[in-house]
Design a protein around this ligand. Structure first.
Ligand SMILES: Cc1cc2nc3c(=O)[nH]c(=O)nc-3n(C[C@H](O)[C@H](O)[C@H](O)COP(=O)(O)OP(=O)(O)OC[C@H]3O[C@@H](n4cnc5c(N)ncnc54)[C@H](O)[C@@H]3O)c2cc1C
Length: 582
């Protein structure tokens, strides 16, 4: 007897109960109170995803004097001239409203004596956000949204007209196979960590900057459903405190600590203010550190030695709201950042649409190229510099669009679900695929363990697709090797084994990472220029080439398993001069 199957029927199913997913759920219930809304979450929404440990700042906010247009212009500058301006503008119009909404849910935002928010930089405000995720989870519960925790989504259900009609997955605790049929689907599973080798070894391998449990499931599900994906080649590599991987933005913006090399020389000296930049674009800050290190002037640091004891105390308080690890590390090792500089390093590369813009190709309503499937947050592409508030804004847009779609295209919330004729074939195929590693383990007792395949993917990506060992640099020959090796590995997937349901989850995590890695390599190969130095540095095409490459590189998995590359034009929506840093 195989795993028990559970069939559930809802109006909207949201995959991933993180930052964006929670706001999408609340929005739907506000717009359509009778709607049956379900969140499928692989962890526990109380403390899942990027917000699990809390936050100390909201990084996308229109402080007094700023407008959605000035924000979008800045984002364009930070992303070296290439963004989906329609997506950035439509979210920017909601940023302040959505922050207010979360404040009303209970988020403490730091205020001046006149009651206005305390800015932490041009686009940031300070919060006491240790409890941010439980607050969102509570709002979801208060709005009568059904949440199923510990259920790993594995694939969409697509109806015969090609519309998204639900999602399938399995329970890690109850070991059931879930079939959740819905009128509309929203994907909010975040980005992908673990595609490259984590810098911290063995027990510390989950000590990555990005949530290690966001393993690219939403991308993989979309790729398998032939949804169009965009800009995977703009990887995000965070510049962080070494080993502890603590955000350096807190030091740079909140405490005015400059980047310095081992000779205490400030190397980020170029003035970008005439381009509308507050500092160098994010990728160039990493690039500056890489250049110093490569040319023998590393290690590099954030120089905190100007901080008074009072400011050091404030710094520690600020980190306790978000990244308590570094405060414990300093305490355990008797480090005083007022006397000692803080060493910095690049992290392993991540694929994400929040800081960068890898993800589903969506329209202004956040609908993907699969009808009835919406995407928001880090899994959605084309809109970098999203941060927590941009994810909220995008969640509200996706939620509203799903309601509109059900009302206008599917006869409203009281209509019954469309009958599926080919659904059963798809469902039994997926059930067999999902549990195959467990079945193989029972039958054969031997095979490839998920961690072994994970190691192999990461080694290939590190060595051939721009890992830290090559200063994140790439070239055609290495990328071709990466593609060949990954395809070889794809043939080994059938030998994966899983001894229990937890290991089954890990098996699907590597299966998802593998397909994301394959698509990523094709994107890296296709863009024959260097647009984002540090994030995407091609040694064979070291210059930016606006004439040929000021456009989006997209991809789509074809029925024969080939990855088709597609070009989409850049459209300027904000008038005025476009500044792209050189
Ligand atoms: C360390 C760190 C610090 C940050 N600091 C700041 C900051 O100070 N200020 C700021 O504004 N922004 C910050 N950000 C950015 C911001 O937190 C993210 O952009 C945002 O939280 C992403 O939201 P999301 O909903 O897309 O993803 P998440 O919030 O990560 O949610 C994704 C959810 O999907 C679930 N999921 C994944 N796969 C599956 C599956 N197969 N089935 C079911 N569920 C699944 C996950 O468990 C998770 O709950 C930071 C991000 C990180 C990683």
């Amino acid at each position: 007897m195989g795993p028990v199957r559970k069939d559930l029927f809802v109006d909207v199913v949201i995959v991933g109960g993180g930052t964006a997913g929670c706001l999408a759920a609340v929005t739907i219930k506000e717009r359509a109170p009778t709607a049956k809304v379900m969140i499928v979450e692989k962890a526990e929404i109380e403390r899942s995803g990027c917000l699990a440990a809390g936050m100390n700042a909201i990084n996308a906010y229109l402080n007094p004097g700023e407008t959605p247009e000035s924000f979008a212009k800045y984002v364009r500058y930070d992303a070296m001239g290439l963004i989906r301006e329609d997506l950035v503008l439509s979210a920017a119009q909601r940023l302040n409203k959505v922050v207010k909404k979360v404040e009303e849910m209970g988020l403490p935002i730091q205020k001046k004596t006149d009651g206005t928010y305390i800015p932490r930089g041009r686009w940031n405000i300070k919060i006491n956000g240790e409890n941010l995720k439980p607050l969102l989870a509570q709002a979801v519960k208060d709005h009568d949204v059904q949440v199923i925790n510990r259920v790993v989504a594995t694939n969409y259900l697509i109806n015969r007209e090609g519309r998204a009609a639900g999602v399938m997955g399995f329970g890690v605790r109850d070991e059931c196979f879930y079939v959740i049929k819905a009128k509309a689907v929203i994907c909010a599973t975040g980005g992908a960590a673990g595609i490259y080798h984590p810098h911290n070894p063995v027990d510390g391998h989950h000590k990555t900057w990005y949530s290690p449990f966001n393993t690219g499931a939403g991308y993989a599900m979309g790729i398998r459903a032939s949804a169009e994906m965009t800009t995977f080649e703009m990887r995000f590599i965070a510049l962080r405190t070494k080993d502890i991987i603590c955000p350096t933005g807190t030091l740079a913006l909140g405490f005015k600590a400059p980047q310095v090399n081992s000779y205490s020389v400030r190397y980020m000296t170029r003035d970008f203010s005439h381009l509308g930049g507050e500092g160098a674009p994010t990728c160039l800050r990493l690039y500056g550190y890489l250049k110093e290190t490569k040319e023998g002037r590393g290690p590099c640091y954030m120089d905190t030695r100007h901080l008074s004891p009072e400011r050091v105390r404030e710094l520690k308080e600020s980190y306790l709201d978000m990244y308590p690890g570094i405060v414990l590390y300093w305490a355990a090792n008797r480090i005083n950042p007022g006397q000692e500089q803080v060493e910095i390093s690049g992290t392993e590369p991540y694929i994400m649409g929040g800081h960068c813009q890898a993800g589903y190709w969506i329209d202004r309503k956040r609908e993907t190229t699969v009808k009835g499937l919406y995407a928001c947050g880090d899994v959605a592409g084309g809109y970098p510099f999203k941060f927590v508030s941009g994810c909220w804004a995008e969640g509200t847009i996706a939620g509203e669009s799903a309601v509109e779609y059900i009302e206008e295209a599917l006869g409203g919330f009281n209509s019954s679900l469309p009958r599926e004729e080919n659904g059963e074939a798809q469902i039994s195929k997926e059930k067999e695929r999902v549990f195959r590693p467990q079945v193989r383990y029972r039958q054969e007792k031997s095979g490839i363990r998920p961690w072994e395949m994970e190691e192999r993917i990461q080694k290939i990506m590190d060595e051939y697709a721009g890992g830290i060992g090559s200063f994140y640099e790439i070239n055609e020959h290495r990328l071709v090797r990466a593609g060949d090796e990954l395809r070889r590995l794809q043939e080994q997937v059938r030998y994966l084994v899983a001894g229990d349901s937890h290991e089954l989850m890990q098996a699907h995590e590597v299966i998802d990472r593998l397909i994301v890695a394959e698509v990523l390599v094709e994107h890296l190969r296709y863009r024959k220029e260097t647009r984002w130095p540090g994030f995407q540095s091609r040694t064979d095409y070291p210059e930016r080439d606006d004439l040929h490459w000021l456009k989006f590189v997209n991809s789509k998995l074809k029925a024969n398993g080939e990855i088709e590359m597609i070009e989409r034009p850049y459209k300027q929506e904000i008038p005025g001069e476009r500044y792209i840093p050189r």
